[in-house]
Design a binder for this molecule. Structure first.
Ligand code: ADP
Ligand code: MG
Length: 478
């Protein structure tokens, strides 16, 4: 075994590199410097507090795995954080190792109690006489409404979330169903609702759970013959926030139980909030009775942020982190990283990491180089032309026919499906969509959207075909 910190870290990097994308690796691991190795503690240096938090949130399991692989189960990792205080010399931020020992410049990654990435799922059922407000809500305090930036893309979801947080169970938004692509803020809103309710009603039993975790708990409960406890536990929750509900797809047994939990909570005036990567009508493998309940309340679509919202998100994040960047750099990033907010944050942070490591000013050139790795991947916004092509190909109809005057049934239907996706996946207005389809007016587009929605609800094979097209289109973007 090697005993030198540089070699050990190099080997850790090899383990890490296997598991994540080159972009993630370059952004988050290349900038880390090994500092020293003492006994079984490896110290690494990271460029900023933000960077540290990001690692903590996203990569702690992976880091742990790498460190254990290289140093055995005893191996531990600590890190020191450099702060960029806009002077030429970076200084060390002072982070307590543990409560009560302030003044050291390291923070213990492994034993930090805030880490919840691979904390075992707490089993609430085995605690006898648990009082319901003692339920571990599974909330991360850094997601709030205060730091959720509002824009056209998220206004409905945000304000519905806000209303629900203020009057859980008492608004018409029950369930509140939030849907949209990755990195657009679904988890942030769910968590913000939970945090806000906990702040003003600490006794309410709030629970944030991903549907994957719900499924795992259910499977365990079946195995251990504790399904009743499982159900009792969920039925005592006041505010149930279920993330990534799309993973329930195909899990009939779990859906059954979720259905009962759902009904029970709703009948007792409890609040349910669900997040999904797609609209209820586009979900596959989910029982109809459940889907129809998802539509009872309000479905709010999170869309890709528009340019102005992107600028304002960047500015706010810069402000929160005490960073200043030239306007042209901010505008450059906002122009070029447009798919989602997670990418936007990632671009900003990798820029800062570069600049603080190499002690250089962030200028447009640096921004260009850094953002390029993001842009190559993310700038591919889907266009109406691509939609027409993909839909046409799938239904064996030439894309130019969609713009033609013909009223042949198959062509009309293909056109309607393409319009439906144009509305769903691009930022074009109804009018502009109409224009792309041979100059039709916006009422034709509305009619198309309605027809497709209706057919999806009634015709299984139609729905299947539309979902297949969606898969191809989203692959096109991703
Ligand atoms: P999703 O769950 O939809 O994939 P997240 O909620 O995890 O997305 O959001 C991705 C990242 O972007 C998070 O760090 C989140 O805090 C941030 N984010 C998303 N929307 C906003 C917003 N409107 N304002 C500020 N930060 C946001
Ligand atoms: Mg999420």
């Amino acid at each position: 075994m090697t005993t030198n910190h540089v070699d050990i870290w190099d080997n850790c990097l090899k383990v890490i590199q296997e598991e994540i994308s080159p972009q993630g690796f370059n952004t988050w691991f290349r900038p880390i410097k090994p500092v020293k190795l003492e006994e079984s503690v490896l110290t690494i240096e990271v460029p900023s507090q933000f960077f540290f938090e990001w690692l903590e949130e996203h990569y702690v399991t992976l880091l742990k795995k790498a460190v254990h692989a290289m140093m055995g189960p005893e191996g531990r990792l600590e890190y020191s954080v450099v702060i960029d205080n806009n002077t030429s010399e970076p200084s060390r931020i002072k982070l307590p190792t543990s409560p009560g020992t302030p003044g050291t410049n390291r923070r213990n990654l492994m034993d930090n109690r805030q880490l919840n990435v691979d904390r075992p799922i707490p089993n609430p059922f085995v605690i006898p006489g648990i009082r319901k407000f003692e339920v571990d809500s599974n909330l991360n305090a850094s997601y709030t409404f205060e730091n959720f930036i509002e824009g056209d893309c998220n206004r409905l979801a945000r304000s519905a979330g806000y209303a629900v947080a203020n009057k859980p169970g008492l608004t018409a938004y029950n369930p509140l169903f939030i849907f949209g692509g990755v990195g657009l803020g679904k988890t942030h809103i769910l968590q913000a609702i939970g945090n806000s309710i906990k702040a003003h009603s600490p006794k309410k039993a709030v629970l944030y759970v991903s549907s994957e975790r719900f499924i795992n708990q259910f499977v365990d409960a079946v195995r251990n013959n504790t399904v009743n406890d499982f159900m009792n536990f969920y039925q005592m929750i006041d505010i149930l926030l279920v993330d990534d509900i799309q993973f329930l797809s195909g899990k009939t047994k779990t859906q059954d139980n979720f259905f009962h939990v759902f009904n029970h909570l709703r009948q007792s005036g409890k609040q349910i909030v669900l997040a999904s990567d797609r609209a209820p009508q586009a979900m596959e493998g989910v029982e109809e009775r459940l889907l129809s309940r998802f539509k009872w309340g309000l479905s709010a679509h999170l869309q890709q942020p528009d340019y102005l919202t992107r600028v304002s998100i960047l500015r706010t994040k810069m402000f929160q982190n005490g960073i200043e960047l030239p306007d042209e750099v901010v505008e450059y990033i906002a122009h070029n990283v447009s798919t989602n907010i997670r990418e936007l944050e990632g671009a900003l942070i990798s820029l800062l990491a570069q600049s603080s490591l190499n002690r250089i000013e962030v200028d447009l050139d640096l921004a260009r180089t850094m953002v390029k790795s993001f842009v190559d991947k993310v700038q591919k916004e889907i266009t109406i032309e691509t939609i027409q092509e993909v839909v046409g190909e799938h239904l064996s109809i030439g894309p130019d026919l969609m713009r033609a005057k013909t009223r042949k049934r198959e062509i009309v239907q293909a056109r309607q499906i393409a319009m439906y996706f144009a509305k769903d996946l691009t930022k074009h207005s109804l009018k502009s969509i109409g224009n792309h389809f041979g100059g039709r007016d916006h009422s034709t587009v509305i009619h198309a959207l309605q027809t497709v929605n209706d057919l999806m609800a009634t015709d299984k094979s139609f729905k299947k075909s539309v979902n297949e097209i969606r898969k191809r289109l989203t692959m096109e973007i991703g």
